[in-house]
Design a protein. Structure first.
Ligand SMILES: *[C@@H]1O[C@H](CO)[C@@H](O)[C@H](O)[C@H]1NC(C)=O
Ligand SMILES: *[C@@H]1O[C@H](CO)[C@@H](O)[C@H](O)[C@H]1NC(C)=O
Ligand SMILES: *[C@@H]1O[C@H](CO)[C@@H](O)[C@H](O)[C@H]1NC(C)=O
Ligand SMILES: *[C@@H]1O[C@H](CO)[C@@H](O)[C@H](O)[C@H]1NC(C)=O
Ligand SMILES: *[C@@H]1O[C@H](CO)[C@@H](O)[C@H](O)[C@H]1NC(C)=O
Ligand SMILES: *[C@@H]1O[C@H](CO)[C@@H](O)[C@H](O)[C@H]1NC(C)=O
Length: 238
């Protein structure tokens, strides 16, 4: 009888009751701001725990940060919001790395990137904007930390996979330039379309942008001939 009760209680311990309704997601935060990473848990039994751990970039070990609502790390660096979002207070580059929420027996990992935005982002077209030719659109983001990804949208269509991203030399503190070239085959119907280059990080895909309205030579003639057709129709009516 005693063994049966022990077996049943072991089954309850082994069977996790809690539910993670919002799991951690990769997050990017400006240097000096607070970052909050989600780990929202419901139906947690008192025998279960939710623990946050941190593995700094370049390290291989996770250090404990919280246990349920208790802060194990520095209380000026970490806070728990409700059950059990983790706030990293006044984010510094040393806070970069992976944050692990262990909810019951399951680990959920998210990456934190601490960002100093580029000083500028620009978008230029290299080559004459003639219909029927291929030009490069070039997007440059200067002196950002870390060097960002650059994302492309032409007329609201994602084109990033066609682009080539290069990063210049990166300083010891992680600052550098990102340059992306997008080869674009111009057609007259692209006249007036919007090209957008976004500065992007994991968890923040539109931190900054530069835009260019495509002004394509060759399309004015198309529009003019359309006007002439309309005029011709009007005259034929007279
Ligand atoms: C938990 O953090 C996430 C991510 O920052 C946020 O979207 C969500 O509103 C937070 N939830 C609560 C209950 O604080
Ligand atoms: C950062 O979080 C801490 C702890 O929750 C809070 O006291 C502080 O006001 C927050 N700072 C900002 C700028 O939101
Ligand atoms: C972590 O460090 C590596 C190399 O040391 C670097 O390439 C990467 O960008 C860093 N990640 C973050 C989030 O800082
Ligand atoms: C476009 O950029 C590529 C390198 O990414 C270069 O090889 C090519 O010559 C450039 N073409 C034009 C028209 O600038
Ligand atoms: C570009 O960024 C500005 C703010 O700097 C914003 O107002 C604008 O909506 C953004 N453009 C796009 C296409 O996202
Ligand atoms: C405009 O494009 C046409 C071809 O569509 C080309 O023949 C012409 O030279 C271009 N004009 C300029 C100013 O580039």
């Amino acid at each position: 009888m005693f063994q049966i009760i022990a077996l049943i209680s072991m089954m309850f311990v082994g069977c996790s009751a809690l539910t993670v309704t919002q799991a951690p997601a990769d997050t990017a935060v400006l240097i000096g701001r607070n970052a909050t990473i989600a780990c929202i848990v419901t139906n947690k039994a008192s025998s279960e725990s939710v623990q946050w751990k941190f593995r700094s970039n370049g390290s291989s070990t996770f250090n404990p940060v919280t246990f349920d609502s208790n802060i194990l790390g520095s209380a000026t660096k970490y806070a728990i919001q409700t059950v059990y979002n983790l706030t990293i207070i006044t984010a510094a580059t040393s806070d970069e790395g992976v944050y692990r929420c262990t909810a019951g027996t399951t680990d959920y990992d998210a990456k934190l990137t601490v960002v100093d935005l580029p000083s500028s982002v620009s978008l230029t077209m290299n080559g004459a904007a003639n219909a029927g030719t291929t030009v490069n659109l070039t997007c440059t983001a200067n002196n950002g930390r870390p060097t960002p990804n650059l994302r492309w949208l032409i007329n609201n269509v994602e084109r990033t996979s066609s682009a080539i991203l290069q990063t210049g030399s990166v300083s010891a503190t992680g600052y550098g330039n990102s340059v992306s070239n997008l080869p674009l085959a111009l057609t007259s119907d692209m006249d007036g379309q919007l090209a957008v280059c976004y500065v992007a990080y994991d968890g923040w895909n539109d931190a900054m942008n530069a835009t260019l309205v495509l002004d394509i030579n060759g399309s004015a003639a198309v529009r003019m001939s359309a006007v002439l057709v309309v005029l011709g129709m009007l005259f034929s009516l007279v």
